[in-house]
Ligand binder design. Structure first.
Ligand SMILES: [Zn+2]
Length: 880
């Protein structure tokens, strides 16, 4: 087994000995031999520069020439390897280095640095891709002004783009080549550099900022797909307006460009003025995109745009501070989507994602703090903890300070740190200084990993008219952290009275309570509410005000009451989920004992009352009717997990619910027409969501009538949302009819790669024993491509992460398949490989037979020679 290189530690941070003020880049583009000349103005930055040793990092770099202040440097004065350029006696004064390198974009399957995708030259530099273009001080605290000249054959690349504003372009006399020069006046780190060149289609628009400046907007895509970019353009303009209105932040360059490419490791990248997107987050039309796709396009366009301030104008000092830009920007895009759509439904969706993706990470071997303090491979830290939990920490900060003081803190942060490479300390100090708040304890959220648990116990004394609420917090041990201190948690709450409305109380003692927020700061606190007029039902953690697990001793009757009356829509949903989860956990136990599942009457009552309540928005009713997933149940059980028993219990409970709700399902389904023409707005999407949820529940019966309804739903759908929902219901029920509809779907969309991803995912997630063979066969299908990350994630990623019973087959064949696949893919694309292997993160929670087989597969990967650092890091930590 290969051993890892020494890790990077936060405590070892030191300012760079040299820094860079300006960078001139000259690209002579050619598919297999692109020449890059980087002219870098360096100067000493700390006393350490006096020793004259300058190290510039590289990655697979071929050096063709090196000049210092215009003169060729003799080889005795430097050492160059593919990963490091060392100058032995760099001057102790400002000087210029001219570095000529040769890059092979066509051979770059890692998709980091400069590469080719469908004939287009494209770059991806975050986190450490720039060093694959030239030797550099490739770290986020080196901020420079970039000027980029690109030259290429006109026929090969008629479009030439880089960061900043366009300053010059023209033909190269006597050749069939042309050039363009771009200048970005805002100093930036190298990870925000971008260059794109190719033959692309475009749509254009403009935006006038609040101070009256006109900004040109362009979205580039493959020819023929321009019409599918209009929703993204609309979302961009709404994002620009929203950031001015809500945060007072205005766009700064003359032009803003988005380019959609089909081969991309990530979702999208916020390069200054030139965002590069995975095309699945740009392209959308009714025939090919679902409502979820539209929402994702809107959210990702906003996210990358918002980085212009939180990430670009204020960047991170080092990669340990990744959450400084990501947690904050995810919070901002979530707020934007909440304002564009239904806030309650958006919150439920975000919490579902957090619980499905971040909670298992926080509870397993890959757990790490929101701000990690040690890493081997930074590319493995683009995690749900840094992004989603990071956003929850910012949301808690807003809850603790209140909206006005939160905005004051943000204003001070921008005012103080514009142009800086900042830290979490800088961020929190801005809020503390702007408001006078003491955030010392709150800061623990950035350093303590693990999902806290809160245990709540309440007792009402009728004689004294007092309600005593005891809240205890504990944080489980995580890798490298055994002892944890109590944290500052904002617990939003209400005391629901017998009439269903929140009750007033005369006074409260035992802790700080402000408005509807309890500030939990001790390991255990008992709050005494005086003057409470009746026994309350406590509604705690409203809006999911802290990313914790809440355990509360509450009866099914009180939960049902909460589903019907809670003033907080999130907690109405949560109460229904709690009822369902209790029922599912009990049913799983029954299943293992060989007894059938049965639905609790309170659960049927709760779901029925929400279904029938026409005053609630349809999207919300759909959310309540969706049971916790198999993965949610596995997480709740936490140990000795048997995915087959969970799936069977959930299937039986769905049948019992479907039968219990009776013909109310058909009645509501029938009243929601699928015939109206498609509009992507939230209200229309909500109606589709409810109708499609009801179809899925109907199909739990597997009756001939239900199957006929699902097939008709598929055939008459006039948009992708409805078509895919029917198909998903049929495949998830593993009905024999699935083969014909899957084939029909494939035939209809065989030329559309993004839709074929949906088809691959459906095929990979059928809960049937022949699915693994089908997945293996699809690896050779013409619609699959091993070099495209979207295809890999759709087929293999979905199988491993979203097919609980088949990936976790008791014979271990699912684990063996993923191990074989990963070992092969690792040779070409380590980042995508490492992300696939995250599917093993909960292996220790499995029952003993599966656990042993998963461990054997992991050990086989770990023992393979020549693993990439990315994959070695994930496997080593997963096994630790
Ligand atoms: Zn981001």
């Amino acid at each position: 087994m290969k051993t890892e290189a020494a890790p990077f530690r936060l405590e070892d941070y030191r300012a760079p000995a040299f820094t860079i003020d300006t960078v001139g880049l000259d690209f002579q583009l050619a598919p297999s031999a692109t020449r890059v000349v980087a002219t870098i103005a360096l100067r000493p930055n700390t006393d350490e520069a006096r020793n004259g040793r300058l190290e510039l990092v590289g990655d697979e770099i071929v050096l063709k020439g090196l000049k210092l202040d215009g003169a060729t440097l003799p080889e005795s004065r430097y050492t160059a390897t593919p990963t490091l350029l060392t100058l032995h006696d760099a001057p102790n004064r400002p000087f210029t280095l001219e570095i000529e390198t040769l890059v092979d974009p066509a051979a770059n399957t890692k998709l980091m640095g400069l590469y080719r995708t469908s004939g287009t030259y494209c770059t991806q530099c975050e986190a450490e891709g720039f060093r694959r273009i030239t030797y550099f001080l490739d770290r986020p605290d080196v901020l420079a002004v970039y000027t980029t000249r690109i030259e290429a054959e006109k026929s090969d690349a008629p479009i030439l783009l880089a960061n900043g504003n366009p300053v010059e372009s023209g033909d190269v006399p006597g050749t069939d080549r042309h050039f363009a020069v771009w200048h970005d006046p805002f100093p930036k780190p190298s990870y925000l550099f971008a260059m794109v060149a190719g033959d692309l289609g475009v749509i254009t628009d403009s935006f006038t900022t609040s101070s009256g400046r006109e900004v040109e907007l362009r979205i580039y895509c493959e020819h023929g797909k321009e019409a599918r970019c209009t929703y993204a353009m609309d979302a961009l303009k709404r994002s620009m307006k929203w950031d001015e209105d809500v945060f007072g932040l205005e766009y700064d360059l003359d032009i803003f460009i988005i380019v959609a490419v089909s081969d991309f490791n990530m979702g999208a990248m916020e390069n200054k003025g030139l965002n590069v997107f995975n095309d699945k987050y740009v392209l959308a039309d009714p025939d090919t995109a679902t409502d979820a796709d539209y929402a994702n396009v809107e959210g990702v366009i906003a996210h990358e745009y918002f980085h212009n301030w939180t990430g670009n104008r204020i960047t991170c000092r080092d990669w340990f501070q990744l959450c400084l830009k990501e947690g904050l920007t995810v919070f901002r895009d979530q707020e934007f989507s909440s304002d564009m759509r239904s806030r309650a439904v958006k919150r439920i969706a975000d919490v579902r994602t957090l619980q499905a993706r971040q909670f298992p990470e926080d509870g397993g071997p890959l757990a790490h703090p929101v701000r990690p303090e040690i890493y081997h491979e930074i590319s493995n830290f683009y995690t749900p903890t840094v992004y989603e939990k990071g956003a929850e920490v910012v949301r808690m900060l807003k809850s603790i300070l209140g909206p006005d003081d939160f905005r004051n803190g943000m204003d001070l942060y921008v005012e103080r740190h514009d142009g800086d490479a900042a830290t979490i300390e800088d961020f929190l100090a801005s809020f503390a200084d702007a408001t006078g708040a003491d955030l010392t304890q709150f800061k623990l959220w950035y350093s303590q990993a693990g999902t806290p648990q809160i245990i709540a116990r309440g007792a009402y004394d009728e004689a004294d008219r007092t309600y005593r609420l005891t809240l205890s917090q504990s944080i489980p041990a995580t890798p490298g952290q055994s002892d944890k201190q109590p944290m500052h948690m904002p617990i939003r709450f209400g005391l629901i009275g017998p009439n269903g409305e929140d009750m007033e109380f005369a006074s409260v003692s035992g802790g700080r309570v402000e408005g509807d927020i309890i500030h939990l700061t001790e390991a255990s606190q008992t709050l005494v509410f005086e003057g409470v007029g009746g026994r309350p039902v406590p509604s705690l953690l409203r809006g999911f005000s802290a990313p914790v697990r809440l355990a509360i001793d509450i009866s099914a009757a009180d939960l049902l009451f909460q589903v019907r009356t809670d003033a907080d829509p999130f907690n109405r949903w949560q109460a229904a989920q709690t009822l369902a989860m209790r029922n599912l956990v009990a049913s799983t136990t029954e299943q293992i004992a060989g007894r059938p599942a049965k639905a609790e009457p309170a659960l049927i009552d709760a779901l029925g009352s929400v279904l029938d309540d026409e005053t609630l928005e349809p999207a919300f009713r759909a959310q309540v009717l969706q049971l916790p997933s198999e993965a949610d149940i596995a997480r709740e059980l936490g140990q000795n997990v048997d995915p087959d028993a969970i799936a069977a219990a959930r299937r039986e409970l769905r049948l019992a619910i479907s039968t219990g709700l009776g013909n109310r399902i058909e009645r509501h389904y029938g009243s929601l027409s699928g015939a109206e023409s498609f509009r992507p707005d939230a209200a229309s999407a909500g109606k589709r969501a409810l109708r499609n949820t009801l179809l899925d529940l109907l199909l739990a019966r597997r009756s001939p009538e239900a199957i006929a309804a699902a097939l008709a739903h598929f055939e008459t759908a006039n948009n992708m949302t409805d078509r895919l929902a029917a198909l998903s219901a049929i495949t998830q029920a593993a009905l024999p009819e699935r083969r014909a509809v899957l084939d029909a779907f494939h035939k209809r969309y065989q030329d559309d790669a993004l839709v074929l991803d949906k088809w691959l995912t459906l095929e990979a997630t059928v809960p049937a024993s022949d699915t693994l063979d089908r997945v293996k066969a699809l690896l050779k299908h013409p619609s699959y491509s091993p070099n495209n990350p979207n295809r890999v994630r759709a087929l293999v990623g979905s199988f491993a992460s979203a097919n609980q019973t088949q990936f976790n087959r008791v014979d271990g064949a699912g684990y063996d398949f993923l191990a074989d696949f990963a070992l092969e893919l690792d040779k070409r694309n380590p980042q995508t490989t490492a992300r696939l292997l995250v599917s093993f993160r909960s292996w220790r929670a499995l029952e003993p037979v599966r656990r042993a087989r998963a461990e054997a597969a992991l050990r086989r990967i770990a023992a393979a020679p020549d693993l990439s650092p990315d994959t070695l890091d994930i496997v080593t930590r997963t096994l630790a």
